[in-house]
Design a protein around this ligand. Structure first.
Ligand code: ZN
Length: 281
């Protein structure tokens, strides 16, 4: 049974098909709130959610600011640049022939609906599918890769373009890792929760105006290819996350370039997962 995991008041919760949330510790007492739960347990518990009353609705919890990052702080938080051909083209950079990987330092990751503290003149938006790793993953082939995925969530790879390209050659890490530049959430959905988890509509609106509109099937290096590549270099651990790149439509590529300003509202949506909304301050 599909699970939808979130965290409410810093505690794990499962979200049912009607949008109600259930405190995980009430369903399975003795939860370690600092460690990613076993996917097998979540699949099983999700089958019995209808039998217990919900503790509230996710929508209310979001409105009340009670929803946090859906997984504990990842040990590693990796991201992939230029992973959609149309975004590479709009950036006037040749499409990479091997994955272009950088770090979003875990300290930049905040709850899905958090405010983004701009702190820079050239902050830009990038909606991304985020993969959460579910088990120790080392030297895994593409064919086995999905079995190591805990679930999928929505991320914003907010990018300070000036800082990203301040050095030559450019270093992406710092420009992508300012505090609050990694909103993620609101739920992690297990891969059996989609009609086709390899082909999801992905969009980003600024102040209600559509900027990005793509499909995750357009990735140059798909999720299995990324996991095969990365796990051949470093061991991925439960709770590690991979931001998988963004489709075209970022602000820096517009004429003239457009950057985020205080008061702007970023709305990022992925089919089958939901929406995150970030206010720029
Ligand atoms: Zn990105």
């Amino acid at each position: 049974m599909t699970f939808r995991l979130t965290r409410i008041d810093d505690r794990f919760a499962l979200v049912d098909a009607n949008g109600g949330w259930h405190d995980l510790d009430r369903l399975a007492s003795g939860m370690d709130q600092s460690v990613l739960p076993e996917a097998s347990m979540l699949h099983e518990l999700s089958g019995s959610l209808d039998a217990s009353p919900a503790d509230g609705t996710l929508a209310e919890a979001l409105a009340d600011g009670r929803v946090g990052v859906p997984v504990p702080t990842p040990r590693n938080s990796l991201a992939v640049g230029l992973n959609y051909g149309d975004h590479a083209a709009e950036s006037n950079i040749d499409a990479p022939t091997s994955p272009l990987v950088f770090t979003k330092f875990p300290s930049c990751i905040v709850a899905g609906d958090s405010d983004v503290h701009l702190n820079a003149e050239h902050a830009d938006w990038e909606v991304e599918l985020v993969v959460v790793i579910g088990s120790e993953t080392r030297n895994v082939s593409a064919g086995d890769a999905w079995s190591h995925v805990f679930g999928l969530t929505i991320g914003q790879d907010i990018s300070d373009r000036a800082l990203q390209f301040a050095a030559k050659p450019p270093h992406f890490d710092l420009g992508k890792s300012r505090d609050t530049y990694g909103p993620m959430g609101p739920v992690v959905v297990s891969t059996d929760g989609f009609t086709d988890h390899t082909d999801l509509a992905i969009t980003c609106d600024i102040n209600g105006e559509r900027q990005q509109d793509g499909r995750t099937s357009e990735m140059l290096f798909d999720v299995p290819a990324l996991i095969e590549y990365l796990s051949g270099i470093l061991t991925l651990m439960p709770g590690d996350v991979i931001f998988t790149g963004t489709p075209s439509g970022v602000g820096a590529a517009q004429t003239p370039p457009r950057f985020l300003r205080a008061g702007d509202v970023i709305t990022s949506t992925i089919e089958g997962i939901g929406t995150i909304t970030n206010r720029c301050v």
